[in-house]
Design a protein around this ligand. Structure first.
Ligand SMILES: [Zn+2]
Length: 461
């Protein structure tokens, strides 16, 4: 779950760095067309901010007008817009791989990058960061930019920082560190799950970081590995940070609505009078649950095996636990703060950990291949902490996590029980909170109408 003060700039991580999968994708033209056809001009305008048109490949090239920062020289502004190539750093890349993918073939550039003190930061090849090059009509490099992940500078004032290399008059190169303010844009997105949450998120051009944040926000309400159904819907209002028409980072979710199995969950970020921030549902109940719904993190990978193998969770009767099929070695996380009550072997369970939580609650994680290094009886663990790895020890036909939720040492169905929730709103905060909800609810409702109109249009065809 997110920290204490966001989406205002005081959030501990005002930017979430983009991953390759965050690359915005083409929005389906047909869908935009349907909206327009329905006369929902407002809607179309709202969606228009969502998607710069770029193909999904990590390397792309597009001719575009450059909105050069003040550092650009006058002569350059007069020349035709250069050809921009952009690529994302992959694991194992070298600088020459990057230049090759960008189509940059400047004599002496690689030597310059290796030897120049100021250019050295390009050698910090963090996967996921972006390197761009502008080429003129003759294919000569106008500039090369290496986008630094929003780091220290970002935290203070939402800045975008990059290293810029340019050829100079003497056929040499110069390197400069540049910064500029990144613009924050509020975006809306909606989607309907047909095959998977990530599939729907990709269709909605939702950055992975935002999808994961949605899963985190509702992690105490929805077991995303087991509860998702075809037809589930989401509507999200979130922030994105832009520089030069490129998304340089995703901000955070401001409000959302998620309909799972006909039950509507809502969330809005709210900072109370004490400066404590958190997500609440529209009625003002905190979404920070004492227990997470699942011990296996929902990711692009886990979503695949979760959805495929267990579209409907197994029968509770005679089993006393919930099984999560997952490859051996998949990390297992504590679903709540607690203490290690048992760690070791038990007949049938194989390698098992039992955690004792507040009150009468305890949880058990069985069939593990191995435990987290150094973990022992009596250790305190926090919600979300890694405690072990999926395996098939004990009576298990294949690798899976057998998870038990126990009240007074008796197993109960965690998917059926209403789990305790923390911290309701103080009376003093209720008015400000109501105003916040009033601000976001119309946007969410607009998205809901949009989804409905699409469904209607499809039905009429
Ligand atoms: Zn089981």
């Amino acid at each position: 779950m997110s920290g204490k003060q966001h989406p205002d700039s005081a959030h501990p991580y005002p930017f979430l760095p983009m991953t390759p999968a965050d690359k915005p994708r083409h929005r389906h033209i047909t869908r935009s067309f349907l909206f327009a056809a329905a006369g929902l001009f407002l809607t179309a305008a709202a969606l228009a901010v969502v998607q710069p048109a770029q193909p999904p490949e990590p390397v792309y090239q597009a001719r575009q007008t450059l909105d050069l920062p003040a550092t650009g020289s006058a002569t350059e502004a007069a020349t035709p817009a250069p050809y921009i190539a952009s690529t994302r750093i992959r694991r194992g890349d070298t600088v020459s791989d990057l230049l090759h993918r960008l189509g940059v073939n400047e004599e002496g550039l690689l030597t310059f990058l290796t030897h120049d003190e100021g250019a050295r930061s390009i050698y910090k090849l963090y996967p996921g960061r972006t390197v761009q090059a502008a080429l003129n009509d003759q294919g000569n490099m106008v500039w090369l930019r290496y986008a630094h992940t929003p780091g220290a500078a970002m935290k203070s004032g939402i800045q975008s920082a990059w290293l810029e290399i340019r050829p100079d008059a003497k056929n040499q190169f110069t390197a400069h560190e540049r910064t500029t303010a990144a613009a924050r844009e509020t975006r809306v997105a909606e989607g309907e799950i047909t095959s998977s949450l990530f599939g729907a998120a990709d269709d909605a051009d939702l950055p992975d970081a935002i999808t994961m944040e949605m899963v985190d926000i509702l992690g105490s309400r929805i077991d995303f590995l087991k509860d998702l159904r075809k037809g589930d819907r989401f509507r999200i209002v979130y922030d994105a940070y832009m520089h030069d028409g490129e998304q340089v980072g995703s901000g955070h979710i401001r409000a959302l609505e998620f309909i799972n199995k006909d039950k509507t969950y809502s969330a809005v970020w709210f900072t109370d009078a004490q400066g404590q921030g958190g997500y609440y549902d529209f009625s003002g109940a905190s979404l920070k649950g004492a227990f997470l719904r699942t011990a296996i993190k929902f990711t692009r990978i886990s979503s695949r095996f979760g959805m495929r193998k267990h579209p409907i969770h197994q029968k509770w009767t005679g089993h006393k636990g919930v099984d999560y099929a997952a490859p051996s070695g998949t990390p297992i996380h504590a679903t709540a703060d607690g203490t290690v009550e048992f760690i070791g072997w038990q007949n049938g369970y194989g390698n098992i950990i039992v955690l004792k939580h507040f009150g009468q609650y305890s949880t058990a994680y069985a069939h593990q291949s191995r435990f987290a290094k150094g973990l022992k009886k009596g250790d305190r663990v926090q919600q979300g902490q890694l405690i072990g790895y999926v395996g098939s020890t004990g009576w298990a036909t294949g690798p899976h996590l057998h998870y038990e939720f126990r009240i007074a040492k008796k197993q109960v169905d965690p998917l059926a029980v209403d789990l305790p929730v923390a911290r309701p709103l103080e009376a003093a905060d209720k008015k400000t909170f109501a105003a916040q909800v009033e601000h976001y609810q119309p946007q969410i409702q607009m998205l809901a109408r949009l989804q409905d109109s699409r469904v209607d249009l499809l039905a009429e065809r």
